[in-house]
Design a protein around this ligand. Structure first.
Ligand SMILES: [Zn+2]
Length: 559
């Protein structure tokens, strides 16, 4: 009898524990209750109609029992999914973040371009408040700007909203140093010291948009950057050396090989940005094989056949774009502010007059590949969302109408488009939810990031970041057509960030429950300076001799 009672007691306690600590008294105490929704958790594969109780920004109960709370959402006919997580999020301005949360994104992090100084960047958002969770890497591009364009007086934190402007201004003296100048060992140490200090302050890793600095960043500097992040066990997110103008059939995979080899010998996490070039299949195969060997490496895609970039980007130069790739400007380079493709002359003129302008790049082969990306395990959706610019090229205010946005529709529709295409191509919904949320949370959590270990799942105890959508009708409405670039999706009526409703019946509310996604600050840095003698000591038998610096690394590009 006694055993049974104890067994019965044990069973009762475990039952309460699994579905949440529920006492009659607590029932009414939930901050928010979501009833009758199809609750889907990609980690446990839980998939059932249930009620979810939220308290103090956390999920505290998932139950078939009737529960009630201060606020109630009737989610009949809706899926209750983990909030969508975006690692390629340049939408670091209020208006663009508004477009993103309407598309179901609860966490937006700019891991590719990054920001600097990271401490100031986070402080700015803590001060203003933010609608969704936010995070950033430390920017290799900005560190190079500080070292190779010292004539610039850079004010305040630089991120995707200002990087292109400063990048453009750097050319005023005739040398765009951050992009084309090779670093000496001293300069490399300066750059890595900056990156290390920001990692100490909690940066999520290092952002390395190498293709914009193809001529300046030598392979050893990229290796050193990955090593600087590896000392903290953190990732490097890489826009690889030949992306967007990769010469088929080899350059995209070779560009991955450069950073994958570094990541493997350093046992460091690696995030491959927008893996949507010719050769992506080879990249994904290598990443999958590396994961089976225990490496924390993965790739991203966004569900659109066109890309978007800076008109003065190095890889759009005629010798590369037209001669090497055979692309025609009037078929590929589209200016959303004037709703037309540019002729070569218009392109050359715009590079001179408005080097900071953003354009959309149409690449037909991607249309064929899209349906395959929907089915690749651990290939995660990341929008490469751009900043919220209007037709005059300036940032739009939060209250602006979505029709005023002039840019790539991926900012407003990447996640709804993936759900729509997944439905149309018969992809299991739980798989798609893993691409939209869980796998990103898992990989980032595996770098030691606590904030991601408690997100990307719908489980008791996890943070209540939730996206509620209608699986039958969810669809992107944003298109390439002027006036439609920023249209909010259909079928995503509710988005909850840290337990607070941010999207209510499809309307974005002026609330800011976003939290910083960041590592804890550490008392000491971990940087070790590069030094020729130390190198010889570590990598050679170090026969005593007079050392001369003939590596050539110090050589400057002659004007
Ligand atoms: Zn990129």
């Amino acid at each position: 009898m006694k055993v049974q009672r104890t067994l019965a007691m044990a069973l009762a306690i475990s039952f309460v524990a699994t579905v949440g600590i529920v006492t009659a008294a607590d029932a009414q105490d939930y901050d928010l209750v979501i009833t009758n929704g199809r609750v889907m958790d990609p980690e446990t594969m839980y998939d059932d109609v249930a009620n979810v109780g939220i308290k103090d920004s956390r999920i505290v109960v998932i139950t078939k029992d009737k529960i009630s709370g201060k606020e109630t959402i009737d989610a009949t006919g809706l899926v209750v999914a983990p909030g969508f997580i975006d690692t390629h999020f340049h939408a670091v301005d209020p208006f663009a973040s508004k477009m993103a949360v309407a598309d179901g994104i609860t966490t937006g992090m700019d891991l590719e371009a990054g920001a600097s100084p990271v401490g100031e960047w986070y402080a700015q958002r803590e001060k203003t408040g933010w609608q969704i969770n936010y995070g950033t890497t430390s920017s290799l591009a900005v560190a190079r700007l500080r070292v190779h364009d010292p004539e610039l007086t850079i004010i305040g934190p630089v991120d995707a909203t200002t990087l292109f402007d400063w990048g453009g201004k750097a050319g005023a003296d005739g040398v765009v140093g951050w992009s084309v100048t090779r670093s000496s060992i001293e300069q490399m140490n300066q750059i890595m010291t900056m990156l290390d200090e920001e990692l100490r302050q909690g940066a999520l890793g290092i952002g390395a948009p190498i293709a914009y600095m193809q001529r300046g960043v030598i392979s050893y500097e990229l290796f050193e950057a990955q090593r600087t992040a590896a000392r903290y066990g953190r990732l490097t997110s890489v826009h690889t050396r030949y992306h967007l103008n990769s010469q088929t059939p080899t350059e995209a995979p070779i560009a991955l090989d450069e950073v994958l080899a570094n990541a493997m010998v350093l046992r460091a996490p690696l995030l491959l940005a927008h893996d949507n070039d010719y050769g992506w299949w080879e990249n994904e195969e290598k990443l999958q094989l590396a994961r089976t060997q225990g490496y924390n490496v993965w790739g991203e895609y966004y569900p659109f056949a066109a890309g978007s970039t800076l008109i003065s980007a190095d890889f759009l130069r005629p010798d590369l774009w037209e001669d090497a790739n055979g692309y025609k400007y009037e078929e590929t380079v589209y200016d959303p502010t004037v709703d037309k493709f540019l002729t070569k002359d218009e392109y050359l003129q715009a590079v001179q007059e408005t080097p900071g302008k953003t354009v959309v790049i149409h690449l037909p082969p991607r249309q064929r590949w899209l349906k395959y990306w929907l089915t690749i395990p651990h290939m995660v959706v990341a929008s490469d969302a751009m900043t919220g610019l209007g037709r005059d090229g300036t940032l739009l205010p939060w209250e602006a109408d979505p029709s005023e946005y002039a840019g790539h529709p991926r900012t407003a529709g990447s996640y709804s488009m993936t759900l729509q295409l997944g439905r149309e191509n018969g992809v299991p919904l739980m798989f798609t939810l893993s691409q939209l949320s869980y796998w990103t949370a898992k990989h980032l959590g595996d770098t030691g990031l606590e904030a991601m270990r408690e997100r990307g799942r719908v489980q008791v105890g996890k943070v209540a970041d939730l996206t509620l959508f209608n699986p039958e009708t969810v669809a992107a409405r944003a298109t390439y057509k002027a006036g439609e670039n920023g249209l909010p999706p259909a079928g995503i009526p509710y988005v909850i960030v840290n337990g607070t409703i941010v999207v209510m019946e499809g309307e974005v509310l002026p609330v800011k429950p976003g939290q910083p996604i960041r590592f804890p600050t550490e008392p000491k840095g971990r940087f070790q300076a590069l030094d020729l003698n130390k190198w010889l000591g570590e990598h050679s038998i170090n026969v005593p001799q007079t050392h001369v610096d003939d590596t050539g690394a110090g050589a400057q590009i002659k004007k």
